[in-house]
Design a binder for this molecule. Structure first.
Ligand SMILES: C[S@@+](CC[C@H](N)C(=O)[O-])C[C@H]1O[C@@H](n2cnc3c(N)ncnc32)[C@H](O)[C@@H]1O
Length: 252
């Protein structure tokens, strides 16, 4: 078992140039972990939608890219997968380590850089929920996801819905990939969260250009549990999607 706690103290993990949302997630990590099992947008909206797209992963090797405190990784293990979880936030990885208790290989990885720590055709599935919004260059990352996936491997990701985000951030140019920020309070802690907003074309085409075939696009509806927890936002999400989920397969 890898000793992630010790690895994180290793100077080879020290990254001088931190990616966009690093500081915000370091600050938010504890509150995020404390709420992730009941926060409606995660527990009753993104997660059920993404898990409904997951193929049979019994005995398969899965990369949980941007694993946060490990709620997805826990579920992937429960479904019989051999799971590698990676994230840029050391604090998130410590919380994931506490939750997952050695069942997942956790690694400190910046997804804005080449994924040279992973072998070509190492994984059957790459799962990346709600992480890509913090990465500007999807083309390079999807090229790396394609490289590390086995033939016919599956890429699954969710992100902010382009229609919702364009309105929410009052964008002046829908077509641009633009840096935006907003104040998050939903996890019980006020954090200024930066991200990249992009168009539908900028979400779909990098996957196709990298050699994926999109086989499912899902605009989720909130579940009944969401309605019980937050009826006002439930009503809104039943009419205007907040997230977009995409499943793609590595093309021949
Ligand atoms: C909204 S959280 C999602 C966590 C988890 N996937 C989930 O759905 O519960 C976004 C995660 O992406 C991670 N992240 C952001 N930028 C990253 C990067 N450049 N490389 C790796 N992880 C990154 C953050 O640290 C955070 O844990």
């Amino acid at each position: 078992m890898r000793q992630i706690g010790q690895d994180l103290l290793n100077p080879r993990f020290s990254m001088t140039l931190k990616p966009l949302a690093y500081e915000a997630y370091q600050e938010l990590a504890d509150a995020y972990a404390a709420n992730i099992d009941s926060k409606p947008h995660n527990a009753y909206y993104d997660r059920p939608a993404m898990l409904s797209l997951l193929p049979d992963i019994q005995g398969q090797k899965v990369l949980d890219a941007g694993c946060g405190p490990g709620a997805y990784a826990e579920e992937l293990v429960a479904r019989g997968a051999i799971v590698v979880g990676c994230d840029i936030s050391e604090r998130m990885l410590h919380l994931a380590e506490a939750r997952l208790n050695g069942t997942v290989d956790l690694q400190l990885v910046d997804l804005t850089r080449p994924l040279s720590m992973f072998a070509t055709e190492e994984f059957d599935v790459v799962n990346s929920p709600l992480c890509l919004d913090y990465i500007e260059d999807w083309q390079s990352l999807f090229g790396e996801f394609r490289r590390i996936l086995k033939p016919a491997g599956v890429l699954l990701f969710s992100c902010g819905h382009p229609a919702f985000d364009a309105e929410y951030f009052e964008t002046e140019n829908y077509f641009s990939v633009e840096k935006v920020e907003c104040t998050w309070t939903g996890f019980g802690k006020k954090v200024l969260m930066p991200s990249f907003r992009r168009s539908l074309e900028e979400i779909i085409m990098p996957a196709i250009n990298a050699g994926f075939v999109i086989d499912k696009v899902h605009e989720p509806r909130p579940t009944d549990d969401f309605k019980k927890a937050d009826p006002r936002r439930y009503k809104s999400l039943m009419h205007r999607p907040g997230f977009l989920c995409v499943r793609a397969k590595k093309a021949d």
